[in-house]
Design a protein around this ligand. Structure first.
Ligand code: SAM
Length: 293
């Protein structure tokens, strides 16, 4: 893996200015994040923005995929271990923006049928109902993970509700339709880089001043053609990257998927490194970075 160090060799090079976005500042490393991250030097990235596979919701069809653990405790353990390495490679003032969604217990079903609108949701397995929970229980995955990360040494600074005004309809009549996911802001240290002025909420009334960003973000989902999995919207990533880094900084996404984080980093003149297990998705990301959207 020593060749990976070449990615970081010019870390003292002058910071690039915002420039022609045709210049791609993103690199993709194909492999299992559990081994790839180990080869990255300490304190390399100013911020990490990512959306890991959600537990039991998608089948990425690759050996070694995270999210397919039968037991939720193993899923949480796997992610805590990955994110411990993320903490090592973050600068001392670095931030970690973690987008994660929730799910319900399976209620005894052992597989999930293919959904024509949402192809990645076909599953050949379905995880057992976690111990202590009942059929139809909301699992609370985001908070289980956030509290485990806090216990592992992260500072848990805020939860953010990503509200999706255009959320998918659900055929439920005994609870409201789920229209949000979480983004957690976690930090390595008590003091950290956070550019609040970069993500102010614009004033609606011109007589008023822009306000500090609130914790509910209303952002439409933005599917990317060709990807059969959850792609997060560029605007969600923009807010995290703008608050968590400056032009020229290095940004990490350990679960790169279709490369949304890289596309936004190119827009904002940040250098990005993405890690992705599935070579086909990495190829999709590569094509997407060239298209710049
Ligand atoms: C939710 S998707 C990320 C989507 C991405 N944020 C986007 O906008 O396209 C999670 C990704 O993690 C990848 N993944 C799963 N297990 C992995 C592992 N062990 N190492 C690296 N990547 C993995 C999956 O292949 C999938 O592409």
């Amino acid at each position: 893996m020593s060749h990976l160090l070449e990615l970081f060799e010019e870390s003292d090079a002058p910071r690039p200015e915002i420039r022609d976005a045709s210049h791609n500042l993103a690199d993709i490393v194909v492999g299992d994040v559990r081994t790839v991250l180990q080869s990255f030097p300490d304190e390399t990235f100013r911020t990490c923005v990512t959306s890991p596979p959600y537990w039991g919701l998608r089948d990425y069809g690759t050996e070694g995929q995270i999210g397919a653990e039968k037991d939720i405790r193993d899923y949480i353990k796997d992610l805590v271990a990955v994110f411990r390495e993320v903490r090592r490679v973050l600068t001392h003032d670095g931030t970690f923006w973690l987008n994660v969604g929730d799910s319900y217990t399976s209620g005894g079903r052992t597989w999930r049928d293919v959904d024509a609108k949402n192809k990645g949701r076909g599953m050949s397995y379905r995880a057992d109902t976690p111990e202590g929970l009942k059929p139809k229980d909301l699992i609370g995955v985001p908070w289980r993970l956030a509290l485990a990360l806090q216990e592992d040494g992260w500072y848990l600074r805020t939860d953010i509700i990503w509200n999706k005004p255009n959320c998918q309809p659900e055929s439920v009549k005994d609870r409201p339709t789920r229209s949000h996911e979480y983004v957690f802001l976690l930090t390595k240290s008590e003091k950290y880089f956070y550019d609040h002025s970069a993500i102010l909420e614009p004033a609606i009334d011109p007589k008023q001043k822009a306000k500090n960003r609130r914790t509910v973000w209303n952002i439409n989902t933005e599917p990317y053609p060709g990807s059969h999995f959850a792609v997060y919207p560029r605007q969600l990533v923009r807010l995290c990257v703008q608050a968590g880094s400056q032009p020229g900084d290095r940004v990490l996404d350990p679960f790169f998927g279709s490369g949304t984080t890289g596309v936004v980093c190119n827009e904002l003149a940040r250098r990005c490194t993405g890690v992705e297990l599935n070579a086909d998705y990495a190829e999709l990301a590569r094509e997407r970075l060239l298209k710049r959207r």
